[in-house]
Design a protein around this ligand. Sequence first.
Ligand code: ADP
Length: 490
Amino acid sequence: MDQDNKLKILFVSAELTPFAKTGGLADVAGSLPKSLVSMGYDVKIAVPRYQKIETKMKYIADFPIEIAARQTTCIVREGEIDFEYNKRDCKVLVYFIDNYHYFNRKDIYSYFDDADRFAFFCRAVLEMLPKINFKPDVIHCNDWHTGPLCMLLNEKYKEYSFYKDIKTLFTIHNLQYQGNFPKNALALFRLTDEIFVPEKVEFYGMFSFMKAGIVYCDIINTVSENYAKEIQTSQYGCKMDGLLKVRSKDLYGIVNGIDYDIFNPDTDRRLYKNYNIETLNNKKNNKYQLQKELQLPKNDVPIIGLVSRFAEQKGLNFIMDKIDEIIKNDLQLVLLGEGDDYYETGFTELAKKYPDKIAVSIGFNAPLAHRIYAASDFFLMPSRFEPCGLGQLISLRYGAIPIVRSTGGLAETVIDVEKDKERGNGFTYKDFTDEEMVKTINRAINYYNIRKEEWNELVKKAMTIDFSWDKSAKKYALLYEKLVEDKRIP
Ligand code: ADP
């Protein structure tokens, strides 16, 4: 792509690896822009500057922002994500949107004033653009936190020539989290009742930030082709299926990739011992060391790992309900996660009850997550729904064979090896029931115990399947190109 004709993209996200992460959104924000920059696109990222973000950054600008009747100051700081591509040093610039009142807090979300916080963020991002002298061709918004940006652009900013031609792509990473707030959230944006109608942002009497994104963006996509279809049904549509059907000709699905710089068992510094398909024996060291770290008996039984937000979506209650049946197998279960108290307490109790079989770590711990992927033989994802799922992609890369419920992106990326030997890379089941989950775990353990030679081949195959961003970033690039096509025709 020639330098001057480079498409300019602003990627806007509430989470960003390596700075602030609760789940897959952060991974995508931290890796897709890198791929796009490698392909020649001019991509910059905007993210709130949360308290915990400590990286080198420099002051760029400050300006006032009005939120409802309140005037507050936005400070923009510039940092970067460095990476190497084709032996060249590359970087993606990151604009940290700072406001002491809204973002100098311990966590990323779940505050009483989240509507105010992300209203501020959306406004500040738009206001920032002329100040940093960056006029993107496309603003790529992600999830509900950025929905109002699409709305503000269309309802307020497009009347100014700077913003007139900017297009928007809105990516749904998880339709369940919608950012629905009481009607008076309208006042945050100084917008009138006129937009509080079902055709625009009103959603069952609430102001929906997610709906604002879906309604006002130019193109929508979600993180797998399968989930793009599922969310147009009442089972998975979280009450937005009707709206999504109306916009179906603008709705695309692109499966996520993973960052091969970060997730690479051959170079990952967080592991006890690096390995690749030639040195698979070293994977065992990771198992023994993790057993020691988590005070499990050191032996060769298969480990089933699970690294997840502890949320209802993930189907974790089935594990709790059926734990006795699961551990009838000779195996160890290693769980890492945080979230709902119900699961945190329940799993902690189970680990106390079965210390030889179950280890549970509560909290967000990226290094431990990597060690679990490396030490595990299997990786369990019994999700009720899963827009894409990154856990299964990471586990494949580390040679931990996924056991998943076929839904959303899991159905697209994991194929049952007993149903399709050639393409198979895991164990899958369709019905969201505890019985099916247990049956599939038993089937997988049996395969591990009995089919030793095939097992080794399966692990090697899993580790070599390409789930890097290359293919998917190209698909995003096509969407950006499509958005600006009209503009380019003289
Ligand atoms: P979701 O986005 O629904 O949380 P994904 O499977 O798409 O699920 O992405 C989850 C990502 O977050 C993976 O990279 C996973 O390893 C990571 N992760 C989840 N929980 C934890 C945790 N407690 N500690 C460390 N990493 C975690």
